[in-house]
Design a protein. Structure first.
Length: 146
């Protein structure tokens, strides 16, 4: 049945697609092209601008939308604090929320490391954020399978 909850779930999934897709696009498409076509100073300038724009969209759009739609969906499905401790859906949701929090921390640490010129740390945090994001999608898929 197509109702408001379908729309809310769609917006939640669309947000995840944009976030993970953006990470993959930057990592697999933009960065390799920037490395092969731009000198180091120009590459740094372009990637810094891309990163700042991605962070801005994350803070102003992605996080508020994901938190709001996620909370609404949890309420709609009857998730309570007590149910989060129960095997199955509750525990999977807790794992998803903890991993999502870890992804956001890694993304923030990536930005901080990048701004301080710590390239190795920035790469490690970027990879952690990307892998964690894929884990969040896996857990979300697991939630919808049951």
């Amino acid at each position: 049945m197509f109702d408001i909850w379908t729309v809310i779930r769609f917006v939640h999934v669309l947000g995840a697609i944009i976030w993970v897709g953006g990470q993959l696009t930057i990592t697999l498409v933009v960065l390799p092209q920037a490395r092969s076509r731009l000198a180091v100073p120009e590459r740094a300038e372009v990637m810094r601008a891309v990163g700042k724009q991605f962070a801005r969209i994350t803070m102003l759009v992605f996080l508020p939308v994901q938190i709001a739609t996620g909370a609404l969906l949890a309420w709609h499905y009857g998730v309570t604090w007590a149910s989060l401790l129960q095997p199955g859906y509750g525990r999977i949701l807790v794992m998803k929320l903890l991993l999502f929090t870890g992804v956001m921390v890694a993304a923030t640490l990536h930005g901080i490391a990048q701004s301080r010129g710590r390239a190795e740390r920035a790469r490690a945090m970027s990879l952690a954020s990307l892998v964690g994001s894929l884990g969040v999608v896996l857990l979300a898929t697991w939630l919808t399978a049951g």
